[in-house]
Design a protein around this ligand. Sequence first.
Ligand SMILES: [Zn+2]
Length: 181
Amino acid sequence: MSETTIAPAAPPATRILEITVIGTPAGQGALSNKGGGRMVHSNHEVLLPWRTAITQAATRALGTHQRVRVKKQPNCRACGKPNRTHGVIAGPVAVQIVITVERSEAAAKRGDLWPDNRTTSDVDHHARAVLDALCNASVYPDDGQVVVLETQKVFSITPVPDTLPKPGAVIRVWKIGVPAA
Ligand SMILES: [Zn+2]
């Protein structure tokens, strides 16, 4: 491997999903107390529409539906399937995410090629929002199944593959351990 190349881990895997989502990416991080012990994400006004856009794109692509949870019930109310198996992929999962964020005027003025500051949310927070949205879309029943994760935060002009002309994300999901068909 060349010293100038960053290569993600590449176990044998079968690609299950590839989606492009246009929208305003939001990281999932700090929670704030709304009183009465009710906790919401401090940026939920942008986070929720972003997660919904990802979930809808994934359910459309896979023909899945969101698990309908009823308190203390072990099964999805829509289809009767157990919550713990309510997903397309059982077992280990690899996810690759490229998040294109808005390049601010200040960043453009500085000539920044990468969104390497906190005004665009931390890359791990972006990953968390995407992984939750994929779980909601029944791509896999449990976030804990994700064992390989590569996430990039870029501008449209960043010189890497999979940047988008406007803010959004390219998301790919593999099931690990099955030779490609
Ligand atoms: Zn269901």
